[in-house]
Design a protein around this ligand. Structure first.
Ligand SMILES: [Zn+2]
Length: 165
């Protein structure tokens, strides 16, 4: 069991990850997105990566066309690509207690998917309205890892997720 990140649900290229692989993908996307996230939409996206898989496994995947893109969708897509590119520089990987040998491949596949996708403004019952700024508590940063604490606390401090060094 794992998670599927797709473009449109059930169609085209997708990124299927085991639950362990998903945790790695979410770690590296959280490390890359939090320092870049300034607008409410960007912060909500970073929180999606920070909080996914924290309350149960197998529900983290989503299709790109399900995200709540706004009238700024082209700029939002550029932000997601910038996050992937920052992750590809291995940003913050020195803070992980493990070596993520497959993360580079996950990120390259995901980048190809996002590049091939043209977002349109979307109303999302599932993700809500990302034009609204998240609660200030959620975007408080972990002093050790510089990522948002989110609903579940810093994912890099979570010993259920991170193997002991
Ligand atoms: Zn932390």
């Amino acid at each position: 069991m794992g998670n599927t990140y797709s473009i449109t649900r059930g169609e085209g290229l997708d990124l299927y990850l085991s639950n362990g692989g998903t945790d790695v993908f979410l770690d590296v996307m959280t490390l890359a997105s939090c320092p870049l996230a300034h607008t409410p939409w960007q912060q909500n996206l970073a929180l999606l990566f920070a909080d996914s898989q924290r309350f149960g496994y197998g529900f983290a995947g989503f299709a790109l066309d399900e995200l709540p893109w706004t009238s700024d969708a082209p700029e939002e897509r550029r932000f997601l690509l910038a996050v992937i590119d920052k992750a590809l520089t291995r940003h913050g990987w020195n803070l992980l207690t493990y070596d993520p040998p497959f993360a580079q491949g996950y990120l390259e596949t995901y980048r190809t998917m996002v590049e091939s996708f043209t977002p349109v403004p979307t109303v999302s019952a599932h993700f809500g309205d990302w034009r609204a700024a998240p609660d200030a508590d959620l975007v408080r940063r972990c002093p050790q890892h510089d990522v948002f604490q989110g609903l579940a606390g810093c994912r890099l401090c979570d010993t259920n997720l991170q193997p002991a060094p």
